[in-house]
Design a protein around this ligand. Structure first.
Ligand SMILES: Cc1ncc(COP(=O)(O)O)c(C=O)c1O
Length: 480
């Protein structure tokens, strides 16, 4: 909850208390240099023993509630007909309003099934923005992914509250160009992960639905961060200021044909699911579920996690749960702006994103500025962030680089995990790094996988800049 202090300053105050803790440690800069070198300057390849604050992702890294943990103790491990599944189905019905629920092992498994069932080579799918795994699945199934974001979406210094909106004019043009029969679905991602966790408005969602329905195109909703999108609607779309998160969620769902999510985010568990009220869609998807995931009542998830998901879905509609991460991110972004650091605005739903094109403007995209910045952040702080730029794009069929629209280093803020002093530490080290940004040079691949190369690719630092940055750090700030 944002509380106003007697000084007039507003701060995010945690509406939960810490009952279980996990120890973390800050290894010295010399070890950080070794670790990042061993990891091929790819933060995915760091070991957590070398990481102080793990801000790689908010996926599966959130603090679970006492009620979620308690629910895990009473799970029903039956292969078929598990009572745990029925608790999940009830929660889906109550919170989202869907009658058919299908657990899957995580979000990309839902995308795999949707791509398999809905598209064939030559088809197109429309999105407000892609996510890495979404794009990979639809393209592997032979579809063209059309990202019809608004012009404002890529402005990293925006004040537009809904940069995740889909551009209706571009959607109409796409229907004219491809023909509605080839566009198998329109997917709205709440909130758009790769452009900074930016939400869309209910107004936009309704307009997208109206146009899609006119042409018989199903609306698919990626609700991985549904509670954060709902929170932003409450905060930023005046008509909904007095609505509860639960009411906003139901309002969004009233126009959705197929819902899916990675439950690793808003729902704070490790799993995923697809839900719909359309029996025909359900049956088509269900046919493939046992082939790729598991029986209808567990779908590749542990029943413990299914129990926790049922609780997590209900809890995410509490405004203090939905707002926990956005409020800390808002504080984080505000503090960085005070220090003149180039950070993406407005603050988004899952992370604080640094704009690498402005942080290290001397680096061309061919030298992967966002990847270099993520490695430099680790060196300067022990904080693990994630590259969300050109390394996160794969080369085209001819082997040419596909330059990302944005070069971002993402510092995720997992729900209910970090505190204000962690954020202040991050602000201090990022400010130091910004003052020394000229020491950060580019990266080049030494091992480059063809698909989703950001996960396992290994790189090296041009001109051994990591050692120079570490040297400057040690001289000014000492061993840690
Ligand atoms: C918006 C969105 N969709 C889909 C996924 C894929 O989900 P998972 O990582 O559970 O496979 C993610 C993961 O980060 C995501 O952010």
């Amino acid at each position: 909850m944002n509380v106003m202090l007697s000084t007039g300053k507003r701060i995010p105050v945690e509406m939960h208390k810490v009952r279980i803790v996990q120890q973390t440690r800050l290894v010295p800069i010399r070890r950080r240099l070794e670790a990042v070198t061993e990891a091929g300057y790819n933060t995915f390849l760091l070991r957590t023993k070398d990481v102080f604050l793990d801000m790689l992702t908010d996926s599966g890294t959130n603090a679970m509630s006492d009620n979620q943990l308690a629910a895990m103790m009473v799970s029903d491990d039956a292969y078929a007909g598990s009572e745990s599944f029925y608790k999940l189905a009830d929660a889906v019905k109550d919170v989202l309003g869907f009658s058919y629920t299908m657990p899957v092992h995580q979000g990309r498994a839902a995308e795999h099934l949707l791509a398999k069932v809905f598209v064939k080579p030559g088809d197109a799918v429309v999105m407000n923005y892609h996510f890495t795994t979404t794009k990979a699945h639809f393209e592997l199934a032979g579809a063209t992914v059309l990202e019809l974001y608004t012009d404002e979406a890529l402005n990293t210094q925006s004040t537009n509250p809904f940069r995740g909106n889909l551009d209706l004019r571009k959607f109409k043009e796409a229907i004219e160009k491809y023909g509605a029969a080839r566009i198998q679905l329109v997917r709205m991602e709440a909130t758009t992960n790769l452009i900074g966790g930016q939400p869309f408005s209910i107004k936009n969602l309704r307009e997208v639905k109206a146009l899609a329905a006119e042409h018989g195109i199903p609306l698919v909703f990626d609700g991985s961060l549904i509670s954060e999108n709902a929170y932003f609607i409450k905060e930023r779309e005046p008509e909904y200021a007095n609505w509860s998160i639960a009411e906003i969620v139901r309002e969004m769902m009233s126009v959705v044909d197929i819902f899916y999510l990675s439950a690793r985010k808003s729902a704070s568990v490790r799993g995923g699911m697809i839900a719909t009220n359309n029996k025909e869609y359900y049956d088509r998807l269900l046919a493939w579920l046992p082939v790729y995931e598991g029986f209808a009542t567990y779908g590749g998830m542990s029943t413990k996690e299914i129990e926790a998901m049922a609780v997590g879905l209900r809890e995410m509609t509490d405004v203090n749960v939905a707002g926990a991460s956005p409020q800390l991110i808002e504080y984080f972004v505000g503090r960085l702006l005070e220090n003149g650091i180039p950070v993406v605005t407005p603050p988004g739903g899952l992370a604080c994103h640094l704009d690498a094109k402005r942080f290290v403007p001397h680096l061309p995209q061919s030298e992967y500025p966002a990847g270099a910045l993520a490695a430099a952040i680790y060196l300067a702080s022990g904080i693990r962030s994630m590259e969300r730029g050109t390394i996160s794009m794969d080369r085209d069929a001819s082997g040419n680089e596909v330059y990302a629209d944005l070069e971002l280093a993402r510092l995720a803020v997992p729900r209910r995990v970090y505190t204000m002093s962690h954020i202040e530490y991050a602000v201090d080290r990022l400010t130091w790094l910004y003052r020394h940004a000229s020491l950060v040079k580019g990266l080049r691949f030494v091992e480059e996988p063809k698909v989703l190369r950001f996960f396992f690719g290994r790189l090296e630092a041009v001109d051994d800049w990591g050692a120079k940055l570490a040297g400057a750090f040690e001289t000014e700030l000492g061993p840690e």
